[in-house]
Design a protein around this ligand. Structure first.
Ligand code: UDP
Ligand code: MG
Length: 165
């Protein structure tokens, strides 16, 4: 099945200069990159992204981690598209816990557990189609994705927009 998945190279990945390594590993999947950007993560975006985790004891630390409090205040967000994209990417990422992850997976190779108990596992990847849709729509506007992956509509707004001077 053709599908798409949201990937985040988390702040620890950027701080450790792992962007190239992670993208090289992901290229093994032969999937297409259909969106990419460097983004700052606001508290609102972080809490929305991880809203399913809000009852976990490590939630506050997780929000600080993804916002970049301990590393660089940025993430790289990408959308990968193609045959079994969600499954293939999750496989290369490895298990959530970097100590349990396959040693040649991205998380196994580059992740660590902090003394505060947070899994700094370098990469986020959506786990299923529903999650991928919610996450891609949260991180990207339709005009930032080069393929029509979800239906869109036109809407009139009177918002001020920021343009080059
Ligand atoms: N996490 C953690 N401790 C845990 C479980 C999760 O620090 O016991 C962090 C970890 O960074 C993980 C994120 O919370 O990537 C989201 O957790 P989830 O269970 O969704 O794992 P994922 O889908 O990222 O593999
Ligand atoms: Mg998850």
């Amino acid at each position: 099945m053709i599908n798409q998945t949201l990937i985040l190279i988390k702040p620890d990945g950027l701080k450790k200069s792992l962007t190239g390594n992670v993208l090289t590993r992901l290229s093994e999947t032969k999937l297409d990159i259909v969106a990419a950007k460097i983004a700052r993560v606001s508290k609102k975006l972080a809490e929305e992204h991880y809203k399913e985790m809000k009852d976990k004891p490590f939630f506050n630390e997780l929000i600080k981690y993804i916002m970049g409090h301990y590393h660089k205040k940025k993430v790289m967000a990408l959308v990968y598209w193609g045959e079994d994209a969600i499954k293939k990417v999750r496989q290369i990422c490895g298990s959530t816990n970097p100590e349990e992850a396959d040693t040649v997976s991205i998380r196994g190779q580059y992740g660590r557990i902090t003394t505060k108990g947070v899994y700094e596992n370098v990469i986020h990847a959506s786990t299923n189609g529903k999650e991928a849709e919610r996450e891609i729509k949260l991180w990207f506007q339709p005009d930032e994705v080069i393929m029509d992956i979800y239906s869109t509509k036109t809407a009139k707004t009177d918002k001020e927009v920021w343009v080059w001077a």
